[in-house]
Design a protein around this ligand. Structure first.
Ligand code: SAH
Length: 252
């Protein structure tokens, strides 16, 4: 049995209770060492075999799992944040299915939730945006042309950019060409929830300079949109004039 587990964004106590319980019982752990906090490994039992997938290929990961299976061992595959976001789990799952190896997936706190928490921000502010677009600049992994930042920017919704810290000059140009005002607020959250977390507030126009001045080239999220501004409408849910399933309007 293989458990894919979301390790959370950084802080070791942001793994879920379920993820942690499974980690404690694992015979073999394969963790994404580039971003998973190694402090999480303290939860493993003694004798647990530990592999850092940063040094491994997909084939080596699968071979390690197959070997564990042949010895009736339980494997935990620990991914950063939530495994469904840029986690490369699908290719592993397809191979496990091919070899008839059982698996399940335990969700995790994605770094984009960690970043919002660090800011005390709400991505979906009434009157501002009710949509969060998660995307990235094209790097070595191509992004389909129809999803280029320019066209996504046309919505002027909340945007969360992963994997784009080294491409901010192009990113800002695309965001502005797409339709955002150059002074739209941006927050860069570096290592959200880690002890060395840093937050930089700027605008689309000053993003690149901010990144350069602070030498941020990786492990950061770039959050864009007026949800970072001052204006918004208050919610209907907690509006005294509003009646809903659980509460009558105070004014009836
Ligand atoms: N599955 C992960 C994302 C993996 S892709 C998740 O759900 O968070 C790796 C990218 O995620 C990094 O390049 C960076 O953009 C972002 N990232 C991961 N952890 C981060 C953190 N603690 N703070 C800020 N960005 C982070």
């Amino acid at each position: 049995m293989v458990h894919f587990i979301g390790a959370g964004p950084g802080a070791a106590d942001l793994i879920t209770v379920r993820g942690c319980e499974l980690l404690k019982t694992a015979d073999v752990v394969i963790y994404a060492g580039s971003l998973v906090n190694p402090d999480l490994l303290k939860y493993t039992k003694s004798g647990c075999e530990i592999h850092n997938s940063a040094f491994m290929t997909l084939e080596e990961v699968i071979d390690t799992i197959k070997k564990a299976e042949s010895e009736n061992k339980t494997t935990v595959r620990l991914h950063t944040g939530d495994p469904s976001i840029y986690g490369a789990i699908r290719e592993q799952i397809d191979l496990l299915e091919k070899y008839n190896i059982f698996y399940d997936v335990v969700p995790g706190v994605s770094s984009f939730f960690g970043a919002a928490a660090a800011l005390g921000a709400e991505y979906t502010l009434p009157g501002i945006s009710q949509t969060v677009i998660i995307s990235r600049m094209e790097g070595r992994t191509p992004v389909p042309e129809r999803e280029n930042i320019r066209s996504l920017a046309a919505h002027k919704s909340t945007m969360v950019l992963f994997l784009s810290s080294s491409l901010t000059e192009e990113l800002s140009a695309e965001l502005i060409e797409g339709g955002y005002e150059p002074d739209t607020p941006v927050a860069v959250v570096y290592k959200a929830t880690w002890p060395d977390q840093k937050i930089f507030k700027c605008t689309i126009e000053t993003l690149h300079q901010t990144m350069k001045e602070n030498s941020i080239y990786k492990t950061a999220l770039i959050l864009v949109g007026n949800f970072l501004g001052k204006k918004y409408d208050r919610s209907e849910l907690y509006n005294p004039d509003f009646t809903h399933e659980y509460r009558n309007s105070k004014n009836e």
